[in-house]
Design a protein around this ligand. Sequence first.
Ligand code: THU
Length: 130
Amino acid sequence: MSLKDAATAVRKNAHAPYSNFKVGAAVRAASGAVYVGCNVENVAYPEGTCAEAGAIAAMVAAGETALTEAFVIADCPSPIPPCGGCRQKLAEFAAGDVVVTLATTDGTELETTIADLLPGAFGAAHMDRT
Ligand code: THU
């Protein structure tokens, strides 16, 4: 299954009763396996957890710590921009040149990269003074 199909399918499972905004995400890990996530909101913290965070959590729970491709889809007027926290989470597990496709359910797609999504990213090297 393509990342697009996987993200489109999992989006239907999103639990978004507060925002009514369903998001689906799929990442391909270094092994080739695909992991998916949808946003999951709750009454105490209505922003809940993002679809991207869910896909990454599934990947890490399966024992993988590198992703080579990502796809995010939502029903918006223009391709869904990942939130700041998700940009940092994606950058934690992907090289700067990894392609992230942002999509609308209408079929508009925007291909970008981890580096373009998070320019000037904080990384482990910034803590290295030795
Ligand atoms: N959301 C995501 O799942 N991913 C994004 O990149 C942006 C926002 C979710 C979080 C919340 O459930 C809803 O969209 C509205 O913010």
